[in-house]
Write a protein that binds this ligand. Structure first.
Ligand SMILES: [Cu+2]
Length: 195
């Protein structure tokens, strides 16, 4: 008799716990996975990876690239010359937020290219401009966003391949302002490494 009277209470408690966990899970997903971060930090975890924010329901990665003023060189998030490598699942889109903290104007271009490094002051000479943030595909060599400004935009789903993120201002990419973007079917959750 005693066991039978306790059972409904146990079931009720288990159901309540499941409901609570579900509510917290849904809240965290909504709150954190759909909110673009204010910045990407270059502090790496013990595994060497910086996990990027993403929303798996619409296959979108939130990527923030900032030109830091605390670094004396032309940089993306404080990195130069392909040190920053970003890994994104194939078929996912990038929601890019580009922020310029330096006094020089800069822009951010997603370039389809097959050279190991930028080898021309004009980025269109070593790749195909897919997306330009803070400029257009015709004025990118001279136009960017000013100090303190930011620009955001969403790409289409990206095909597998290796791309470059470059600043299109004349000679900036060659001077170190570039990062690598790897889009692969072997990547399940987006992350970045600084090498
Ligand atoms: Cu630049």
């Amino acid at each position: 008799m005693k066991a039978q009277s306790v059972l409904p209470a146990v079931i009720a408690i288990v159901v309540a716990i499941i409901a609570l966990v579900t509510a917290v899970y849904v809240y965290l997903n909504y709150h954190y996975l759909t909110t673009a971060p204010s910045t990407i930090t270059n502090t790496t975890s013990t595994s060497g990876k910086t996990l990027l924010r993403y929303d798996s329901s619409n296959k979108t990665v939130y990527l923030t690239i900032a030109v830091l003023s605390t670094v004396s060189t032309l940089n993306f998030n404080g990195t130069t010359n392909g040190q920053l490598v970003i890994y994104v699942p194939a078929g996912w889109s990038l929601y890019v937020t580009f922020i310029n903290y330096q006094s020089l104007p800069h822009n951010l271009i997603i370039l389809q290219n097959d050279t190991p490094t930028p080898n021309s002051p004009d980025v269109a000479q070593f790749g195909k401009i897919l997306y330009a943030f803070g400029a257009t595909s015709s004025n990118y060599e001279t136009t960017g966003i000013s100090s303190g400004q930011s620009v955001s935009g969403l790409t289409d789903p990206l095909s597998p391949g290796i791309y470059m993120l470059v600043c299109g201002i004349y000679s900036h990419a060659e001077s170190g302002m570039w990062a690598v973007l790897v889009v692969s079917q072997n990547v399940t959750a987006p992350y970045a490494v600084v090498t």
